[in-house]
Design a protein around this ligand. Structure first.
Ligand SMILES: [Zn+2]
Length: 274
């Protein structure tokens, strides 16, 4: 797959840039990262420096207000320890503000219990946690003190579509309550787990919309005026892959593959009041 990608990505990127030269971008885009291990930080730093130099980066507050077309917001899911290191060593020195989606239930775990929860809930039982750690509350507060925006990513990183109504409420409302107790307020932003359009449903989005102003998915696309604030798109960016493939993700070149997913998500969010 990665060989195929590295072959087609440069051609695809050139063609996509040709399309963008004729049809200007609508709305802003949100990039989605998870753990950023040390070996990938030079690639991450180069990416954000380039976006900063191009005047593309926007803050969460700008995204919430009236984002300019072509703006790019950075977001991080799961609250890994590396998120704080990246915020301290790369984002804060450059004055960049990003969104960090945290699971309060995982933040409160430590040692083997946290490793087991990472493997079962974050990695869906598909891999072990290894030496990955989730930030504790002090780490989350440090992120906030650095000017970063904290969002909710459910209480324990459960897939909302797999839950009973009571368990779903615990994951959405229980997380909001934990944030209110610890940080003094319910976050404006929510990102549901796993991010694909079929890992959320209408009852979940309604419960999210009752407590939060925005819900970010992991479905690729631009966030323009016609997109519901509860069906926001984001582009997962692979830091370990090739540069052309990464640029395709950042520049929206993969959007045509996600039309069906966006339509499904829009259908779920239809009728929700902002
Ligand atoms: Zn996640």
């Amino acid at each position: 797959m990665s060989d195929l990608r590295s072959l087609i990505a440069p051609v695809w990127l050139a063609a996509w840039r040709g399309v963008c030269a004729v049809v200007p971008p609508r709305g802003y885009r949100t990039l989605l990262f998870h753990d950023v291990p040390s070996p990938q930080r030079p690639v991450f730093a180069a990416l954000v420096r380039r976006l900063l130099a191009d005047g593309r980066l926007i803050t969460p507050a700008q995204a919430a207000a009236s984002p300019r077309p072509g703006g790019i917001l950075l977001s991080f899911d799961d609250g890994f320890q590396s998120n704080l290191e990246v915020a301290e060593t790369i984002l804060a020195p450059l004055g960049i503000q990003a969104l960090f989606f945290i699971c309060p239930g995982l933040t409160q775990l430590s040692g083997a219990a946290q490793s087991a929860a990472i493997a079962a809930n974050v990695f869906d039982g598909k891999r072990a946690a290894g030496d990955l750690r989730i930030l504790d509350w002090d780490g989350v507060e440090r992120l906030k003190a650095l000017g970063q925006e904290i969002g909710s990513h459910t209480l324990d990183h459960k897939r909302l579509t797999a839950l009973s109504p009571d368990a779903r409420a615990e994951q959405i409302e229980g997380a909001a309550q934990a944030f209110r107790q610890r940080l003094g307020a319910v976050p404006d932003w929510f990102a549901y787990t796993f991010g694909d359009a079929w890992s959320v449903d209408a009852p979940s989005l309604a419960a999210i919309a009752a407590l939060h102003r925005f819900c970010r998915s992991g479905v690729r696309g631009a966030n323009h005026a016609a997109v519901s604030p509860f069906a926001l798109r984001a582009d997962h960016v692979e830091l370990g892959g090739g540069d052309a493939w990464r640029r395709l993700a950042v520049e929206g070149g993969l959007d045509p593959l996600y039309r069906k997913a966006r339509a499904h998500l829009d259908g779920l969010a239809a009728g929700l009041k902002a």
